[in-house]
Design a protein around this ligand. Structure first.
Ligand code: ZN
Length: 71
């Protein structure tokens, strides 16, 4: 089991608008009453293969967290 440490989302730069600290993890499903809308984007209830798991709150870009590893 590897414990690879990922950089925090807030340190990543959006590939589209090039702003920092604008990427949010997308949560799928129904948000609960304690859901933090400032911290997460809501992806809805549809679950598809290869769905994006991060989103930019500034420009609306969506993509995959795994593709951001090299930044
Ligand atoms: Zn953006």
């Amino acid at each position: 089991m590897t414990t690879k440490r990922r950089p925090a989302l807030r340190t990543l730069i959006c590939p589209q608008c090039l702003q920092k600290a604008v990427l949010q993890r997308i949560l799928y499903g129904m948000p609960g009453s304690d859901f933090d809308f400032k911290k997460y984007a809501v992806g809805g209830c549809l679950v598809e293969p290869m769905q994006p798991d991060i989103a930019c709150r500034e420009c609306g870009w969506r993509g995959h967290r795994d593709s951001m590893e090299d930044l």
